[in-house]
Ligand binder design. Structure first.
Ligand SMILES: [Zn+2]
Ligand SMILES: [Zn+2]
Length: 142
């Protein structure tokens, strides 16, 4: 499986992740928490096995921000203490062995080659955004 690298904006945190581009399912999230945390209209996310992400620098220094997700369970966001870039988060509702990676931070394919597979929290999408993938009002049906 190909290995991609990522780094935070200041370069204090770097990581490697194994990701199969062909099966990568990118989820665009339009929820208000993503807007506030990213400062953008949506975020690009991929659920991955926890083991496939390895920090090559700064992993031990990451800070954690916890909020209550749509499921009512905790979501832990890990971010660089210097520049606040947020490489991944852990939704406890998904169990302990899965995390959610911010694919847009990968170099360089994450920003161009990975196509969106679905959009979630479509009800909070900004009016000027076009639909680019199957859109769910909130979360996909279980
Ligand atoms: Zn940083
Ligand atoms: Zn979101």
């Amino acid at each position: 499986m190909p290995t991609y690298t990522g780094k935070c904006d200041c370069g204090q945190t770097t990581w490697e992740v194994e990701l199969d581009k062909d099966t990568a399912s990118h989820i665009l999230c339009h929820c208000n928490t993503c807007k506030r945390l990213s400062g953008g209209a949506f975020t690009l996310n991929q659920i991955i096995p926890k083991d496939s992400l390895k920090f090559t620098k700064g992993g031990d220094e990451l800070k954690k921000y916890t909020y209550s997700g749509e499921s009512g369970k905790e979501v832990h966001c890990y971010y660089c203490p210097n520049c606040t870039t947020h490489p991944y988060h852990h939704q406890t509702a998904l169990g302990d062995d899965k995390i959610i990676l911010r694919t847009v931070l990968l170099t360089p394919e994450g920003t161009t080659e990975f196509q969106p597979a679905a959009e979630i929290f479509g009800k909070l999408k900004m009016g000027w955004e076009k639909e680019v993938a199957t859109t769910f009002e909130t979360l996909p049906p279980q």
